[in-house]
Design a protein around this ligand. Structure first.
Ligand code: NAD
Length: 270
């Protein structure tokens, strides 16, 4: 069958299922293989059925070498160490590697950047939705225009999420930092507890809420004297991330090796 041959990593996960369903709904894309841990509950099961579709006769496997043979692209919503490992497998094969995983350490980010120099076409983003990437542009602009306002970023996710702040909150924080022309790492306040003293001017604060089945909600507050602006995005289901990741894979298939972000894919990068 012709079309872009896509491998889904983390096929038994929440995002994996959404990506498999989105591939089935997108002409020009073919599910080539489905990967998950050998001891995951989905291992050996039919990838289509796991995604709530009719059977696709593609069992979920942990054999990444076999899964990647003959593939064009790998869509990866797994865990940081796993994505680093897949980046090392994707580079020598010249694959498109779309990384949606969040919660990387700076060292892991560096390993992925290295894979982008070694042959892979990587698109990595803390959020693949169009709306959040537009929001990032608005946040950058507002942070610049309201240079003295206090910036706080509040996010809420379901009770199974393992990293905080969310990758999207950090993406929005980065946009705010760029609007202010400051380094996010040295200007962010990730936790407040006890006698913290007054808020330090120019910092970007984060707060994380966890509960229920919330897919993802983010608000960036810009608080000034006697007024505040709240810029909010609410994800209603995971299909927005899945379709964005597939759009990124099709785009990256036409690009030279390198590490790209969603702003490149959407043409928002300067
Ligand atoms: P999940 O726990 O439901 O799924 C993760 C899957 O990865 C599981 O099935 C797990 O078994 C699998 N996995 C673990 N080790 C593996 C390995 N070695 N090989 C193959 N598969 C392996 O989590 P989720 O909600 O689907 O989220 C996954 C990641 O995607 C998280 O980091 C989350 O924050 C992120 N995420 C990103 C976006 C975005 O737009 N960038 C959107 C939603 C979620």
């Amino acid at each position: 069958m012709s079309g872009l041959k896509v491998v889904v990593a983390g096929a038994g996960g929440r995002m994996g299922a959404a990506v498999i369903a989105a591939i089935a709904a997108t002409p020009g894309l073919v599910l080539h293989a489905a990967l998950d841990r050998h001891d995951s509950p989905g291992s050996g099961k039919d990838a289509g059925q796991l995604a709530g579709l009719l059977p696709l006769a593609i069992p979920v496997t942990s054999d990444s070498e076999a899964a990647l043979a003959g593939a064009d692209a790998l869509i990866d919503f797994t865990a940081p160490a796993v994505s680093v490992h897949f980046a090392e497998l994707a580079a020598p094969r010249g694959l498109v590697h779309v990384i949606g995983t969040t919660g990387f350490t700076p060292e892991e980010d560096w390993s992925i950047a290295k894979a982008g120099q070694a042959g892979a076409r990587i698109v990595k983003s803390g959020n693949f939705s169009l709306g959040v990437n537009v929001l990032a542009g608005l946040v950058q602009q507002a942070s610049k225009m309201l240079a003295d306002y206090d910036i706080e970023i509040v996010e809420m996710h379901h009770n199974r999420k393992v990293d905080a702040p969310s990758g999207t909150a950090l993406l929005l924080g980065q946009a705010a930092a760029e609007g202010r022309n400051v380094d996010l790492a040295t200007h962010s306040v990730r936790v407040r507890d006890g006698h913290t003293g007054a808020r330090v001017n120019g910092t970007i604060g984060f707060a994380s809420l966890r509960g229920g089945t919330v897919v993802g909600e983010h608000t960036v507050l810009l608080a000034g004297p006697s007024e505040r602006i709240e810029l909010t995005h609410r994800a209603e289901n995971r299909s927005i991330f899945a379709h964005g990741a597939l759009h990124a894979a099709v785009w990256a298939n036409r690009q030279p090796p390198g590490l790209y972000g969603m702003a490149d894919v959407l043409g928002f990068a300067e």
